[in-house]
Structure formats: structure tokens, C-alpha cells
Design a protein around this ligand. Structure first.
Ligand SMILES: *[C@@H]1O[C@H](CO)[C@@H](O)[C@H](O)[C@H]1NC(C)=O
Ligand SMILES: *[C@@H]1O[C@H](CO)[C@@H](O)[C@H](O)[C@H]1NC(C)=O
Ligand SMILES: *[C@@H]1O[C@H](CO)[C@@H](O)[C@H](O)[C@H]1NC(C)=O
Length: 362
């Protein structure tokens, strides 16, 4: 275990630029200040967690010993570290959140049409009309454990105003015109078929206590739905990871994130688009012309495509350390969407981790 942190810290830039091929992954145990969690033994260059420590300017003695303790090998000039899994970082702080979450099961692409297993945490909220019992799907949501779905508070509050009741959550949906759904893959000449979707009754839907629907700024636009029975997890139904502490402090401006849902006019299938996070100050300035006050607990972003696909309450997804993290929930934006002059506004989920953790029950 010797000298690696000192060497790497001193020469980091030079060394990192000359390093070669991508690492093979091996499971290991990361020893962090507040405990041990599973990780992958990968090149330090590919591990955001340790790169942040390395590039933070002046690593302390305890940073160095942390790095030393987590060295798990060497390949050529490439130092391998036990990089804590994102999932693990989430699990560290809450026993009711899954350690297996946010897995990307396919080659990421820029296609607007999604793969059938691309975003298995996407949910659709089912409402029942008080007048005639008719069921409709309105808002989106996102699965964070087998029992819980996050959505926007306005999706819960507006239901009551419109004489609708939230009755169920649909999971494992991809093509809303078929059930079960199959996708034919040209490259493999095979069909990938999902099991039938799961419509699971809602036990309760709790909006954030500080959400005020009358305030146009829509701060605290987040709600937690508890399912009456646990979802059956499979390749097509799986929770996303909540952001870890590290991400909570990150400046996300400029980051390209993903959004998916069923708003496409030309397709019953789940579609996606990219969203580039924009400056919160600019967003605040822009919207203040309409007397809105955008806060740090929100995120603003511009959609890359000609159409917005993410349903209200659906997720804004960040791909980091090989897994998808929940960055935001669709709150509001320009109509029609997108509009290059007006960013969409999202609830910044990282600002509500404590509330989420405190609200979870066995
Ligand atoms: C996808 O789009 C992004 C941003 O527009 C671009 O940087 C990237 O190269 C594209 N990737 C592929 C595989 O086309
Ligand atoms: C909610 O917002 C409206 C409009 O901004 C304000 O008049 C009202 O007092 C707020 N309600 C609460 C409970 O803060
Ligand atoms: C609406 O909420 C924002 C953010 O909390 C606050 O700054 C603003 O004063 C509120 N507006 C009104 C009219 O209460």
C-alpha cells in the first residue's frame, strides 16, 4: 500500500492524462469515514468520489490515509481504488432505501425513443374521477424503493381541486397502447418483452408540508407516495438512486441530464430528451419578470429536443458513477414546451433528502 497518494497528488494532472484503457470492475468494500459500503475496484480516474478529494487542492492527512486504505490494486500506471457505489452511499444513510438502484442496462444513446428497460423507475400516477369512476393517467413519478414513489406536490394537491383521487401507481409501463410490451431490436433481431405492468394501489400520498400551491414559484413541489403493497422488482421495474451527500453540494450548472415520459404526441411509447442544467441566478432573474422567485431548492434546465417528454412529477436523471441518480422532479415550465427563452423548472431532490428519509416507514 505505500506511497500512492503522495505520488498521485503531486503529479496528478500529468499522470491522469497519460493513463490508458478503461478498468474492469471488481466488487470490494470501501472504507469511508462513516462506515464501510460496497464499491467497485476501478481506476481512480473513473471514481468521482476520490477524484474530488484528489483535485480539491490540498488533501489533508486523513484524505491521504483514506485514499491509501482504499487502494485495491494497480494496473500498469493506473492506480485502482475501491470506489464506493452510488447505491451504497444512499444506503449508508437509510436502511429503507435499496442498495441496488439506478442500474443502466444498455448502451446509453441519444435516441429519442427509449429502450424498454432504459428507465425502469418511471411511474405513471392513476387518478380516479369522483364523478364517474373513470381512471386516467396524468402525472409521472419515480420509484425510489419497492414501497415509495416520488412525484410533484402539485400532482397531489391539484387532484383534490379537480375532484380526482390518486388511486394507483403504474410501474413497468413502456408502450401505453399495449400490455405486455415488447420491443423489437434490429441489431439482435430479437424482441425484448416485459412482464405486464403493475398497477399498485396507493396507501397514502403526502405532499411536502411547506408546499403552497397558490404561490407561483412552486417551491417544495415534492410529494411521497406510499404503495399499499410492495412493487415486484425485475429488469423492468427497479428504483432509481437518490442523490448522495456529495451530489447535494455539487454545482450542477452545465450538466447534461435526462428526462423521460409519455408526452410525445406521435408515440405511445416512453420517450426521452436531454436537459442541460442552467444557472439558477439567470433563471431567477428571468422568472422574476413574472413575479416568481426561483430558489436554490429548485433546478432550471433547457431541453435539447423539439419536444418535452417528461410528465409533471417525473424524474430528471443524472448519470454518475455508472448509475442513475434522481436529480429533480418536473415542476413547471413554459407552455408549449420547450421554449428556448424559458427554462423548465424542477424540484431539486437533493434539497429534500432529510424530509424523504424522515418520511419513510417500514
Ligand atoms: C449525444 O448528444 C450529446 C449532446 O448533444 C453529444 O455530446 C454526444 O456526443 C452525443 N452522443 C452520441 C453517441 O451521439
Ligand atoms: C400561499 O401563497 C399565497 C400566495 O403567494 C399567500 O397569499 C398565502 O399566504 C400563502 N399561504 C401560506 C399558508 O403560506
Ligand atoms: C412565494 O414563495 C417564494 C419562495 O419561497 C417567496 O420568496 C415569495 O415571497 C412567495 N410569494 C408570495 C406572494 O408569498
Amino acid at each position: 500500500m505505500g506511497s500512492f497518494p503522495a505520488v498521485l497528488v503531486v503529479g496528478s494532472c500529468l499522470l491522469l492524462l497519460t493513463l490508458g484503457a478503461s478498468a474492469q470492475q471488481l466488487n470490494c468494500v470501501s472504507k469511508l469515514q462513516n462506515g464501510r459500503i460496497t464499491g467497485n475496484c476501478i481506476s481512480i480516474r473513473e471514481c468521482d468520489y476520490f477524484m474530488r478529494i484528489l483535485t480539491s487542492g490540498n488533501p489533508t492527512a486523513s484524505d491521504r490515509s483514506l485514499l491509501r486504505e482504499n487502494q485495491c490494486g494497480q494496473r500498469g500506471k493506473d492506480v485502482l481504488v475501491c470506489c464506493p457505489s452510488t447505491a451504497g452511499l444512499g444506503a449508508l444513510t437509510h436502511p429503507l432505501l435499496p442498495t441496488d438502484c439506478g442500474a443502466a442496462r444498455w448502451q446509453r444513446s441519444n435516441d429519442t425513443e427509449t429502450r424498454i428497460r432504459e428507465f425502469p423507475w418511471l411511474a405513471l400516477i392513476e387518478y380516479t374521477k369522483a364523478s364517474n369512476g373513470e381512471k386516467i393517467h396524468g402525472c409521472g413519478g419515480v420509484l425510489i424503493s419497492e414501497r415509495y414513489v416520488l412525484t410533484a406536490a402539485h400532482c397531489v394537491v391539484q387532484a383534490t381541486t379537480n375532484n380526482l383521487r390518486i388511486t394507483a401507481v403504474r410501474l413497468g409501463e413502456w408502450d401505453t397502447s399495449t400490455n405486455p410490451d415488447c420491443q423489437f431490436h434490429e441489431d439482435t433481431q430479437k424482441a425484448d418483452c416485459a412482464p405486464a405492468y403493475q398497477d399498485i394501489d396507493v396507501e397514502e400520498a403526502v405532499s411536502h408540508p411547506l408546499y403552497n400551491s397558490s404561490n407561483l414559484s412552486q417551491v417544495n413541489d415534492i410529494a411521497l407516495i406510499r404503495l399499499a403493497t410492495p412493487a415486484k422488482l425485475n429488469d423492468y421495474v427497479m428504483p432509481i438512486c437518490l442523490p448522495n451527500k456529495q451530489l447535494r453540494a455539487d454545482e450542477l450548472e452545465g450538466l447534461v441530464t435526462e428526462q423521460a415520459g409519455w408526452l410525445a404526441k406521435t408515440s405511445p411509447r416512453m420517450r426521452k430528451n436531454f436537459v442541460t442544467i442552467s444557472s439558477i441566478a439567470d433563471c431567477h432573474l428571468k422568472y422574476s419578470a413574472h413575479k416568481l422567485s426561483i430558489q436554490a431548492s429548485q433546478l432550471c434546465g433547457f431541453v435539447s429536443s423539439k419536444e418535452c417528454h417528461g410528465n409533471s412529477g417525473g424524474p430528471l436523471m443524472l448519470f454518475k458513477n455508472d448509475a442513475y441518480l434522481l436529480g429533480g422532479l418536473v415542476s413547471f415550465g413554459p407552455v408549449p414546451c420547450p421554449n428556448p427563452d424559458w427554462p423548465d423548472v424542477y424540484t431539486r431532490v437533493a434539497s429534500f433528502i432529510e424530509w424523504i428519509h424522515d418520511s419513510l416507514r417500514e
